[in-house]
Design a protein around this ligand. Sequence first.
Ligand code: ATP
Length: 318
Amino acid sequence: MLTLLKLLKDGRFHSGQALGVALGISRSAVWKQLQHLEAELGLSVHKVRGRGYQLAKPLLLLDAAEISAGGLCEWPVHIFDSIDSTNAEALRSIERGVEAPFMVLAERQIAGRGRRGRKWVSPFADNLYCSVVLRIEGGMRQIEGLSLVVGLAVMHALRDMGVSKAGLKWPNDVLVGEKKIAGILLELVGDPADVCHVVLGVGVNVNMQSTDEVDQQWTSMCLEARRDFDRNELVVRLGAKLQQYLRLHHASGFTAIQLEWEQYHLWQGRAVSLIAGVNQIDGVVMGVDRQGALRLKVDGVEKIFSGGELSLRLRDDS
Ligand code: ATP
């Protein structure tokens, strides 16, 4: 089915006969595959008698050669047409002994995930689904604040490509105003105090224009900048930004990034509720500390909060 899609991706008309010859199948088999394409991948195909078939919109697919030609992203790239989740594939690759660093990309995720088992909506060829695997030696300092560092790198890649209002929400969301444009999910295997692997999962809404599956405010690069983007270019820029910030973090720790991170934090000084399971703490955001933990003023006293189970929400009076 995806071979057929690759023949159609230029957005031109292709006759059923030519497609059948290229694929070594009958015209009616081509027709059936087209039905599947529409149903499974949510793509729309124009069918015109005498001319053939045409995708409603040309598709720019991920392309390893284009990414490496970009020259900025040093990591080997593994691209999948369809996968459960790029983080899950990255974890399997670590298990199989694939040498890090490397990057996993997919055209779509069947079971894309956010924090605490929440779903990440991942339609075909619209967005970026990316996991970078790093091998980390030398203890906890290399992990401290890492998800904030990834958020900052993602935000800069988006800004460089024209999403000038992208900003951060602690701990690791990238927003435009109050709308989510990218999510980050870090997963770790091994002993963080010794040698471990960390998977930096990044989902960015690139060309997505509509979905009724996301249950909070969201946006995409395309909706913000009013043009389509080439995801290969985003991979190149994101790879370069991640490498830049990871190097800084490796050399000097989160301290070197703390002030810059706060500068882009959209919720600095805002009244928020910090949710931890069934508990809620109300306060005002002061910033982050040298490890990337949240500094919150609660009843006039500054308190520090960290941990993967925490979520921030704006309070109505903020
Ligand atoms: P938190 O503040 O705890 O990070 P969150 O709701 O943003 O909360 P995440 O785990 O970061 O949680 O992301 C998962 C959530 O993001 C989903 O529950 C859904 O609301 C939203 N979401 C899912 N897919 C997308 C998408 N493609 N774009 C934007 N938001 C999405």
